[in-house]
Design a protein around this ligand. Structure first.
Ligand SMILES: [Zn+2]
Length: 422
């Protein structure tokens, strides 16, 4: 009875939380013709170092993940950074990242300006430990007419990294990929190349010593470059399934194969894109036509990995981020095998993370996105899981770990595995 009451209470929370998404913010706006995924023209940023003013202030976008389109001093004396997207139309995910320094220590007014958009991310200053620390937004000035954000910044001769989110370059991914591949039950494979020739990676996590029929869990992430919170959630989620040695996780590796594709849009990430791949296309609208090499490679790899008739796809998660934590489940009326996994999992995730607000908004299966491809191809349930852009890294880690545990329990029960001791 008690448990029932808690569940009822949580469902009411979930339902009432749904209503808040009605206050549409425009962040998940889809421009017209977004489902035409043939190649479009890109306006690449010029990678350069610009110095202005006296004493001189320098800015650089000569590194992976950087984005700066112009830098100049505006009439009020503020140092203005113009940020433009890779192409348009595009939704409002204005990624920026640059290094900035001065020939003499000084405090400047720095303005982030978006000629075609408006500020979205809280700027972060990366400290000496490599941790991006959000600026105090109380002290920053947002201009609602232009969408620009102005704040004070102390500069020295040493470069300060300012970015929308944590910058993840190819060294970062190489490191993480090799770390995860060291785990006993993980195999790594290059499944193809991006538009610009970067490797696309697949991680297969399972205990190969056991040979009974297995379930399959599919994990996708980073189709959209600035969605770092979603990516980091996927990272902790994958790491936990791959390396945790509790009885639960070992049972999961015995009974399930996890197929993970954590970096689907490496070109967009390295080029500091707002949303698209190097062909100017939103990859998460290309899961019907497969015009882009990234979506083609990932779906070919999943089809290849699941062709063994003893495997059954149970569930898929595509990690994203936006300005709130949202589950986008497949509509409850659509029958999947197993059914309503997201709805049941969301109850557990909400219960385990009382300090984080989650909402849920169901969709039909018509749009050409990854979760609908998983449903159409395998009849399985799948979710787009949006993580709040501004969750702290500690929050992301604890939420990801608890979410991995509750999903493993749910899927093992669904497969009829006795997990009473967990
Ligand atoms: Zn996204």
């Amino acid at each position: 009875m008690h448990k029932f009451l808690i569940l009822t209470f949580l469902s009411i929370l979930l339902v009432s939380a749904c209503k808040s998404t009605k206050e549409f913010t425009g962040f998940s706006y889809d421009p017209p013709n977004v489902t035409d995924t043939t190649d479009r023209e890109i306006n690449p940023q010029k990678n350069r170092v610009i110095g202005i003013g006296s004493p001189k202030v320098w800015i650089s976008n000569e590194f992976e993940g950087a984005r700066v389109n112009d830098f100049y001093q505006s009439p009020d004396g503020a140092f203005q950074v113009d940020i433009l997207p890779e192409n348009a139309p595009i939704n409002n995910s204005p990624w920026f990242a640059f290094k900035i320094w001065s020939e003499q220590p000084q405090t400047v007014q720095l303005r982030l300006a978006y000629p075609t958009s408006r500020n979205r991310y809280i700027p972060k200053i990366t400290d000496e430990n490599g941790t991006p620390m959000p600026i105090d937004m109380e002290e920053a000035e947002y201009d609602s007419a232009t969408g620009s954000l102005t704040f004070e910044l102390n500069l020295t001769e040493e470069a300060t990294l300012v970015s929308a989110q944590k910058v993840t370059d190819s060294d970062y991914f190489d490191n993480w990929f090799s770390q995860i591949t060291e785990a006993n039950d993980v195999r790594q494979r290059v499944i193809g190349q991006s538009k610009q020739g970067r490797d696309l990676h697949e991680f297969t996590i399972t205990n190969s010593s056991l040979n009974h029929p297995k379930g399959v869990l599919i994990i996708l992430s980073r189709q959209h470059p600035p969605e770092v919170a979603g990516y980091l959630t996927a990272e902790h989620f994958i790491k936990y399934i791959a390396t945790d040695n509790s009885e639960l996780t070992q049972l999961f590796r015995d009974h399930f194969v996890t197929l993970a594709y954590p970096l689907i849009n490496p070109d967009g990430v390295m080029n500091g894109h707002w949303r698209h791949n190097a062909a100017g296309v939103d990859l998460n609208r290309d899961w019907v036509n497969f015009n882009q090499p990234e979506t083609k490679a990932v779906t070919d790899a999943i089809l290849h990995a699941t062709q063994d008739s003893t495997l059954q796809v149970y569930y898929g998660i595509d990690f994203h981020s936006t300005n709130e934590n949202i589950f986008y489940p497949i509509n409850e009326e659509v029958v999947t095998r197993p059914d309503n996994v997201t709805q049941r999992w969301a109850v557990e995730v909400i219960k385990d993370n009382p300090d984080i607000l989650f909402v849920s908004e169901e969709f039909d299966t018509s749009s050409p996105i990854s979760k609908n491809w998983i449903y159409r191809t395998f009849g399985a349930d799948a979710v787009t899981f949006e993580v709040h852009d501004e969750l702290s890294h500690d929050q992301v880690e604890s939420m990801a770990v608890s979410a991995a545990k509750s999903l493993m329990q749910l899927l093992l029960r669904e497969k009829g595995v006795d997990i009473t001791e967990n």
